[in-house]
Structure formats: C-alpha cells, structure tokens
Design a protein around this ligand. Structure first.
Ligand code: MG
Ligand code: MG
Length: 255
C-alpha cells in the first residue's frame, strides 16, 4: 500500500532527513586514508545519537539476510555496490567509498547515500561518481506530479546507460515514510509513462547504483549482505529521499 504524506508529515520527514544528510556529511569529512569503516560507523552513530534519532539499519533483517545488519551505515568500498558491513578495514589511497545511512526521528524515516574517493582519486572513479550524481539529479527532476515511477526510472537509466555503465539487476529505490522501505518499488531503469502515478505527498528514495564495467551481474559475499560487481569493477551509489509536491520535487535528506 502506498501512503501519501501530509505537509506536516513532510516537515517531520525533513527533520529525519536532515539527520541523515548531516551524518553522511560528517562521515565523508572523517573519511581519510587509514581510517577504518568501523570508525566511520561511529561517526554516524554519534550524529544520530546527538539528534535523538534511531537507526533503521541497525538490527534490520530482511528475508534474504542470514544475520541482522550490525551497523548504522552501509560502507561499500570499490567493487562493493551496496550493503557493505563496516569492519576493521582501513581506507587506502584511491579507494572509492559508498556510504548509505538512514535515520528515524519522531517516527519518520530518512534514507540517503553518497559516494566519494579517498586520497588520490582515479579519474575513472571521479567520472563514475559524477555520472551517478547526474543520474540522481535526472531522477529527482522527473519526480513531478503527473509523471510515473517509470519516468524516474527512465531518467536514471538513460544517464547511466548513456555513459556505458551498468545497473545492478534487481536493485533500485523505494517508497519511504514511517518505514524505510515502503511501496512502490522504483527501478533504476524503466519505460516512461509506466508504473505508479506520482501524486503530491508521495515520498521516494531515489538511488542510482552504477557499475564501471557496464555489467548488471552481481554476487553476494559469504556475510550474506555485501553486494559486489560480478566483474570486479568499481561501483558508485548515491541516494536522496525526495517528496513529490505541487511545487516540484523536494529533497528531504540535505544536511
Ligand atoms: Mg539507502
Ligand atoms: Mg534506500
């Protein structure tokens, strides 16, 4: 079932989203060569704690997962696409890092992700991340009343495919509200004019994931969570929680 949010609810979701955006900004600021993924998780925990927010990631156990997720961020490095579990790995020069974070504040959820490089960036990683951001911007621009989810999917997919990148099969965005994952599902590739109609109060997490090698195939680590590109090439993941309003798309997860 799809829930359309009132203006008051959107205001509450903006506050939850602000916590997420702030946590991601703090994590990116703290990320440097030699810093561990567990230390980055601690940074995000501190931001959530200070805001009085809880984590929808911590203890999350969807049907595919063998164990509950043990952290408040997903930290996916290099060929990891999404769902990386923060561990003692220390960031190395040139790593491409994707951080996904959520927060629940006053019963409302926010969900966003950023990708960045650490140390001396490889030019191809800079281009991959820039394209993922362009895909997200195109998706957000299509999140307008009168469009459908297929228009967002088409906008995201066109940017990614146009640059020769892959889109991991089966992954995409989602509705979000009191729960982190709500209907409708939002693919990262689709046909314009198809899918769920966008109406005021619909809130979507739009989240392009791009693979550098152009392949859509992926594998899951023995930990049951970490998704990696099958061809070993690097991936980028960016995400915002976005409300459809009469005045246009409203990003709820800026710091
Ligand atoms: Mg996310
Ligand atoms: Mg999401």
């Amino acid at each position: 079932m799809v829930e359309f949010k009132s203006e008051a609810a959107l205001g509450a979701m903006r506050e939850a989203g602000r916590v997420v955006g702030t946590a991601l900004a703090e994590v990116e600021r703290a990320a440097a060569v030699g810093v561990s993924l567990l230390e980055l998780d601690e940074v995000a925990r501190g931001v959530l704690r200070a805001a009085g927010a809880t984590s929808p990631f911590l203890g999350y156990r969807p049907s595919f997962a063998p164990v509950p997720f043990p952290a408040v961020i997903c930290a996916s490095v290099n060929d990891a696409v999404v769902h990386g579990i923060p561990d003692g790995y220390r960031l190395r020069d040139g790593d491409l890092v994707s951080i996904d974070c959520g927060a629940v504040l006053d019963g409302w959820a926010g969900d966003a992700a950023v990708s960045f490089t650490v140390g001396a960036a490889r030019p191809e990683d800079v281009e991959l991340i820039a394209t993922a951001r362009r895909a997200l911007e195109a998706g957000i621009a299509a999140a307008v009343v009168g469009n459908r989810t297929g228009d967002i999917a088409h906008a995201v997919g066109r940017v990614a495919r146009g640059a020769g990148y892959g889109l991991p099969e089966g992954f995409g965005g989602h509705g979000i509200g009191r729960r982190m994952h709500e209907d409708p599902h939002l693919p990262n590739e689709g046909r314009p004019g198809r899918g769920f109609p966008l109406k005021p109060g619909l809130v979507l997490a739009i989240e392009p994931m791009l693979t550098a090698g152009g392949g859509d195939a992926h594998d899951t680590d023995p930990d049951g969570w970490t998704v990696r590109t099958a061809d070993g090439t690097r991936a980028a993941h960016v995400e915002h929680t976005v409300a459809v309003t009469e005045a246009g798309p409203r990003i709820l997860t800026l710091p």
